[in-house]
Design a protein around this ligand. Structure first.
Ligand code: GDP
Length: 140
């Protein structure tokens, strides 16, 4: 399998509970390398643009409010099949359905405050990475 890059976000519920290091340890333990990382506070406009594909979903407004409620850590992960590998280690969207050992099973508070975001395809990974990072900030 090819070496890929994917976008990861540690969400406000994770930064609020000081879980950045523990979640990064799980990602690194899964063979993913953090090749770019920064902490920032999303504006409403930025969160709306990032989640544009979900605009018609019933939870869109709540999701934007949650994602702007505190700092996030955005990161680029690199590794063999990184998109799928990260989705695997994140676990299911709803932590009640997430497998033991996954980040969401271990740390998530709810289906909304589920600690991490990960790109769901190579195409979305490319779009999401360029949303946050110029190429010069990604150091493999
Ligand atoms: P993901 O790819 O596993 O993150 O899931 P989705 O792309 O379907 O949803 C994006 C994000 O919206 C999730 O990670 C949650 O933070 C939030 N979300 C998803 N489903 C629900 C829901 O039913 N209610 C609420 N409040 N938020 C949700």
């Amino acid at each position: 399998m090819a070496v890929e890059r994917t976008l990861s976000i540690l969400k406000p519920d994770a930064t609020r509970r000081n879980l950045t290091g523990r979640i990064n340890a799980v990602l690194e333990g899964a063979g993913l390398r953090i090749v770019a990382q920064k902490r920032l506070r999303l504006t409403t406009a930025a969160a709306e643009a990032f989640y544009e594909v979900h605009r018609e979903r019933g939870f869109f407004r709540d999701l934007v409010t949650f994602m702007t409620s505190g700092p996030v850590v955005v990161q680029v992960l690199e590794g063999e099949g990184a998109v799928a590998r990260n989705r695997e280690v994140m676990g299911a969207t709803n932590p009640a359905n997430a497998a033991p050992g996954t980040i969401r099973r271990e740390f998530a508070e709810s289906i909304e405050a589920n600690s991490v975001h990960g790109s769901d395809s190579a195409e979305n990974a490319a779009r999401e990475i360029s949303f946050f990072f110029p190429e010069i900030e990604i150091v493999g």
